[in-house]
Design a binder for this molecule. Structure first.
Ligand SMILES: NC(=O)c1ccc[n+]([C@@H]2O[C@H](COP(=O)([O-])OP(=O)(O)OC[C@H]3O[C@@H](n4cnc5c(N)ncnc54)[C@H](O)[C@@H]3O)[C@@H](O)[C@H]2O)c1
Length: 332
């Protein structure tokens, strides 16, 4: 039977998820969309063909037609909505981050432990991106020896007005935190955040450079430049003992004309990770049907918040900060 999905938050991501669930995912149908701004909810419902608009997120979670919930509202709302879904025994795909801090994220872990089973898949969609999955397979094959270091670039056209340095770590760098753990199958043990010379076009100190050390002694550096002006670009390179593996940007056409080669650069993440979002959402629906969890868990989301907590601390101290090691419960 097809799974009825309800979406909370109908902004950039929620509207995109609505399109994907309604048109690109098998085994599910979009029942309703909800947003604090009814106009946005109605626009997303109209565009995706969702049958209903529900004003109250808690009513959406309780709705008997809705078997699974996708949370795409702002970061600070994720934990409360995820916990409500767990209490209602409804599977949830929660956009990253799990929460802005580890203390808030821990509440979600406690709710799943109380329920005695996993309900949450976290929206770390890069784990489903073909380039990243191939990179991980190459690392695991040890064809080029051990992985020693990872360079990551995370650039946005421009940051929204409410962004600041801490948001760059908590909201943006959290992707690199998760993907480093995913690629290297290692935990991050320390972080230090450096400020580069400040761009005159940024309303906070941008760019930042974060350097992580892993439990296996690898180093991961992340350039976070959220006001790069030219477009959205996420890419990187893994340095191994006898070779390197570059990941991203997504394949696209390359033009040769008038003495130059050119490829397009997206304005935001949706075109770059279109395949990843589609594969992620299908894996979520398939996992609900099979009962086998897929993708990042609430635990992965929680661990990422312990790392970003330490990153924010490093912004204040200027020093390298140890990341709190948490004991993984057997549920995960
Ligand atoms: N996985 C990714 O690549 C990716 C990319 C961008 C954003 N995100 C995450 O997705 C989430 C949404 O980001 P966005 O860019 O779509 O933001 P957005 O501001 O475009 O949309 C958020 C929407 O939530 C609504 N909203 C606000 N408070 C609400 C509440 N309490 N209950 C219900 N709706 C509420 C707003 O009216 C808005 O329409 C964020 O958590 C963000 O971190 C993930």
């Amino acid at each position: 039977m097809s799974i009825g999905v309800g979406i909370i938050g109908a902004g950039i991501m929620g509207a995109d998820h609505a399109r994907i669930i309604a048109g690109q995912v098998a085994g599910a149908h979009l029942v309703a969309v909800c947003d604090a701004d009814m106009g946005r909810a109605e626009a997303a419902a109209r565009e995706s063909g969702a049958r209903r608009v529900i004003a109250d997120p808690m009513a959406l979670i309780a709705d008997p037609e809705i078997g699974a919930v996708l949370i795409a509202s702002p970061d600070a709302t994720h934990a409360d909505y995820a916990i409500a879904c767990i209490k209602a025994a409804k599977p949830v795909l929660c956009e990253k981050p799990l929460a802005p801090t580890a203390a808030e994220g821990l509440r979600v872990i406690e709710a799943e432990l109380t329920a005695g089973r996993r309900f949450v898949q976290l929206g770390f969609m890069r784990r489903f991106d073909p380039g990243y999955t191939e990179t991980r397979a190459l690392i695991d094959s040890r064809r080029f020896g051990a992985a020693l270091a990872v360079h990551c670039v995370h650039r946005n056209l421009s940051a929204p007005p409410h962004f600041n340095e801490a948001a760059a770590i908590v909201n943006s760098c959290v992707h690199e935190v998760d993907i480093s753990r995913f690629l290297l199958s290692a935990e991050l043990v320390s972080v230090q955040v450096f400020r580069a010379r400040r761009s005159s076009l940024a309303h906070f100190h941008d760019p930042l450079l974060a350097v992580f050390e892993t439990s296996d002694g690898q180093l991961v550096d992340v350039e976070l430049f959220l006001n790069a002006q030219y477009g959205y670009e996420v890419r990187g390179e893994v340095v191994c003992e006898t070779g390197t593996i570059a990941f991203g940007p997504a394949l696209s056409t390359e033009i040769r004309h008038a003495g130059v080669t050119a490829t397009g650069i997206a304005a935001d993440w949706r075109p770059r990770f279109a395949a990843a979002y589609r594969i992620q959402n299908q894996a979520w629906i398939d996992s609900i049907r099979s009962g086998k969890p897929a993708g990042a868990s609430a635990w992965d989301g929680f661990i990422a918040t312990t790392v970003t907590d330490a990153g924010v601390k490093s912004l204040g101290s200027g020093a390298s900060e140890r990341i709190t090691r948490e004991k993984k419960p057997s549920l995960y």
